[in-house]
Write a protein that binds this ligand. Sequence first.
Ligand code: NAP
Length: 279
Amino acid sequence: MKYRLGLIGHPIKHSLSPWIHARFLEKSKIEGTYSIFDLREHELKKQIDAFRDEGIRGFNVTIPYKQKIIPLLDGVDRMAREIGAVNTVANMNGKLIGFNTDGIGYLKSLEQAFPETLMNREISILIIGAGGAARGIYYILNQFGFSSIDIANRTYQNAQSIAALNTRKNTTNILSLEDASTMSGAYDLIIQTTNVGMRPNEAASPIRTSSINKSTIVSDIIYQPIWTKLLQEAAENGARVHHGHTMLLYQAKFAFEKWFGHSPSLEDMDRQLKQLLEG
Ligand code: NAP
């Protein structure tokens, strides 16, 4: 049987998901195709209905449809519903069910690079940004039990809306980006989730890094470029850095698991993807 998989979003012609899932299919010895569906909003419903009718095995969802897709699906699992965003849809007995693998993908990528961070839930964490990816990451870190997760964002209300996901009543302060620049040295882990610094605006950084020091881990979920300005400056200040392509691999791995019940090891794919991104 040849399985059909895909990605919907706009614009997505430079997506790396087809490269990742082609390798997963090959490693798992599953015959299938992973196609790109670059859709305008008015085409979304028709395409989802076509996926259901054709019996697609599953698909990923990216910007700008992670929220808009929810009412078009047959169901959404608890985590995706609470986060309010879907990045993976699986066909379960003819029903299209939505999941969110961004948060867990981030957590696993962090564990791979810095396993000690998951062993101390008292570390102080700062998330920069309050968009869809930040929601998933905040949710999972909060569920995991980290006791202090602050959010710095350009728009205060968006940060406030993420802080409302704090079901465990841990400490969450909301900061401006200016405050985050001044206070960055006070955090053990800084997670950058805005678009700022993404290609073609590589010269930009959401915060100044002069007060970041070598005890801080600076993580940027942007993967194009792999060395964002923030990561370059943090490394120059002696901080340890965590690149965004590993989250991309892990969120894809968890999506693949939703479709087939298992996923291949990421062995060597981290290095290959990094090489691909570095050109
Ligand atoms: P989103 O929902 O559109 O959120 C964008 C965030 O960036 C918001 O917090 C927004 O602030 C902030 N922002 C945008 N322009 C800004 C500016 N000029 N100055 C300050 N803040 C600005 O996007 P998303 O889905 O969360 O994705 C964000 C980034 O994460 C993208 O670069 C994406 O490629 C990356 N990503 C990576 C992975 C991975 O697997 N590595 C997965 C998902 C996303 P406001 O709230 O003020 O608008």
